[in-house]
Design a protein around this ligand. Sequence first.
Ligand code: ATP
Ligand code: MG
Length: 272
Amino acid sequence: MSTPTAVALEDAKVAFHLGDGRVYTAVEKAHLSVAQGEFVAIVGPTGCGKSTLLNVAAGLLKPAAGSVRIFDQPLAGLNRDAGYLFQADALFPWKTALDNVAIGLEIVGTSRAEALARAQKWLTSVGLGAFANRYPHMLSGGQRKRVALAQVLIRDPKILLMDEPFGPLDAQTRQVMGNLLLDLWNADRKAVLFVTHDLEEAIALADRVVIMSAGPSSRIIGDWRVSLPRPRDIFEVRLDKEFHALHREIWSVLKDEVMKGYAQSTQAAEAV
Ligand SMILES: Nc1ncnc2c1ncn2[C@@H]1O[C@H](COP(=O)(O)OP(=O)(O)OP(=O)(O)O)[C@@H](O)[C@H]1O
Ligand SMILES: [Mg+2]
């Protein structure tokens, strides 16, 4: 029996109306599939359309052309099978860590008592069992990311969309968070679409690494399988010879796009 496809974008094009009559084509002919249980990382220069692609998979943006299928069904409206960890911190500042996690269940009608009990378990799973009564401002950046992860996972989504979730964290905390994510993912292998700027992080975490070209009209220009054995340890895997070979191969393609991406962002700044 073949593995079902959790997310399938076919020739997806995303265009934004700029309000002055012009249209900016961010992404063109994006072809991307994520199988059930597969961990796919998307890497590309700033502004190329990574968040845009996640928004399409989440059903927040409708492509101007092409199709989006979720578990083989055309996506209409919001993708209810997906949990989304946004690029920016999205915790409610007036709620405790426990309430921030419980809200994910409360909004779908779970009783408060049950939501709180399950939220406490999830906080324990992300290593914050003793921090339930802290408000977000009383937590470190890494701890806030753990709460955000628990807030999404408590709803048990079949698909996890993650937009540079560890972006603002320091290098060591990112690695600790990466290992935590891999442990949690190993337990029930959801389909994951993980956006990052960091090629090393992408290779260390994912089954496949997908590269996007610099925009406008960004395309997917490479798709590599990462066959490093699992379970992986993010610290250890970076020492592997195969890791280095793959990194060199992907970077040779990504490097040019990163340079183009920076050149374009400077030109845009000069034109303003
Ligand atoms: N609502 C919008 N209206 C107009 N242009 C937009 C809109 N949203 C995004 N864009 C443009 O589309 C392109 C892709 O944006 P997106 O946020 O997907 O990039 P990204 O790859 O996630 O970048 P970063 O790595 O910096 O987060 C950018 O050039 C951006 O300016
Ligand atoms: Mg982004």
